[in-house]
Design a protein around this ligand. Structure first.
Ligand code: GLY
Length: 420
């Protein structure tokens, strides 16, 4: 099978690694890719959110399958264009990608499907000051303010500070996007990725992301600073409950609306007193959870993604997983998540457990930072402690001037501080 992967992050690096281990894969391409993927795939330049350009590239390369990593091309309709050209694609069409692209659409689907989620109210650009203050009055003492445009997980501010909530509302409205205010869902967070092919839903291992930039969940939200899987504190029927109470009803509702889902449905949940409630959906694999989840998958990845793309997921045997745990730690650039500095030389990253994200080569061929989240290290082990030790042993040997990472990924779980 010849495969083209669209994207350039650590998630796509992990996908390429997984695909390269499937004997059915004969050729791997990536567009645009990053410096860590040089040995895995042929790299191509393409405007990833241009449906015609991606389709033309896939046709030129004669690939059998296109795997779309990020949400922006999905929301832009790249999967639609590929399907229209007769090319198998892993990723939902534009209509179905609204589950991530429009928080208001996702709320509507959940209401119709009877799925538990936070109460939400929208504020449109141009709203009067008094209206904004009245909405703020109806929420709190913790305000959850979401940018209802695509923000790749970075457009959410969760704060006990009303002035900070107001400042984020003003910034999002000034950018021309609507705002959603949501009631705060209490309880530990779970990311459950499901392969969805119409009404067929196959869950991967449950994972937990760490979104704040600093240890002890301090500092601003980021795209994710680390993750681990599976979750030792989740009830034994936890995954089954999420599938039955959340993912299957949503998949059925999408079919009923004429926008059947095909691809990866990412349910971001809080496990509260009544069980799982949805914080958000994404229409793609999550980053950095994917790097940990795929490190545990034994089932050949290309065969699986191709089954979703060709509408045959229901015919696949049950997934097989490694025993134990996997953990990802993100190395971020100086000043991330504000205005990350780029161009810093990275040394010590030549290790099989490294997944590249924002990396490039400078004119001298040195590996340099080229984004906010620069790279990840994935550790695995029989216990979470072993997985932590393995990841931190590698990341502590990588040099990036001004770089920073959290030292407490999975620590609350290891110390038994998470209960449901
Ligand atoms: N793990 C956060 C995200 O992928 O959006």
């Amino acid at each position: 099978m010849r495969i083209l992967v669209i994207g350039s992050g650590a998630r796509e690096h992990a996908l390429l690694l997984g695909l390269s281990q499937d004997p059915s894969v004969s050729e791997l391409h990536v567009a645009p890719g990053n410096a860590g993927m040089e040995a895995l795939a042929r790299q191509h330049k393409v405007q990833v959110d241009d449906p015609a350009a991606v389709t033309e590239l896939a046709q030129e390369l004669g690939v059998d399958l296109v795997v779309i990593g990020p949400e922006i091309p999905l929301v832009a309709g790249v999967a639609d264009a590929l399907r229209a050209a007769g090319i198998a694609v892993f990723g939902p069409n534009k209509d179905a990608a609204r589950i991530e692209g429009s928080k208001a659409f996702a709320k509507d689907v959940m209401a119709a499907a009877g799925v538990r989620t936070a109460h939400a109210e929208a504020i449109a650009p141009g709203a009067a000051d008094a209206e904004i203050e009245a909405v703020l009055d109806r929420f709190g003492p913790t305000w959850v303010v979401k940018d209802d445009g695509l923000a790749a997980g970075k457009g959410v501010v969760v704060t006990p500070d009303r002035a900070a909530a107001r400042a984020h509302i003003d910034a999002v409205l000034a950018a021309g996007n609507p705002v959603l205010l949501e009631s705060f869902l209490d309880g530990p967070e779970v990311s459950l990725f499901c392969l969805v092919d119409g009404e067929t839903v196959v869950p991967l291992l449950p994972a937990q992301d760490h979104k704040r930039v600093r240890d002890n969940d301090e500092g601003p939200n980021t795209g994710g600073m680390g993750a681990y899987c599976p979750l030792p504190w989740l009830p034994a029927d936890g995954v089954q409950r999420i599938v039955e109470e959340v993912c299957v009803p949503v998949a059925k509702e999408m079919v009923a609306r004429g926008c059947a889902y095909s691809g990866l449905l990412y349910a971001g949940l809080a496990w509260g007193a009544e069980g799982p409630a949805v914080v958000e959906f994404n229409c793609r694999f999550g980053d950095p959870e994917t790097q940990a989840v795929l490190a545990m998958l034994k089932t050949p990845l290309a065969t699986l993604l191709n089954a979703v793309a060709t509408g045959t997921l229901a015919d696949q045997p049950p997934l097989e997983w490694e025993d134990g745990y996997a953990l990802t730690v993100v190395l971020a650039a100086f000043n991330y998540p504000d205005s990350p500095r780029t161009g810093d030389v990275i040394t010590g990253a030549e290790h099989a457990s490294v997944r590249h994200a924002g990396t490039a080569r400078n004119a001298d061929g040195e590996l340099v930072s080229a984004g906010g989240r620069v790279l990840n290290v994935v550790g695995t082990g029989a216990t979470l402690v072993d997985a932590r030790d393995s990841a931190y042993a590698v990341i502590s040997g990588i040099e990036l001037p001004g770089g920073h990472y959290r030292s407490d990924i999975a620590l609350p779980a290891v110390e038994g501080r998470i209960s449901v």
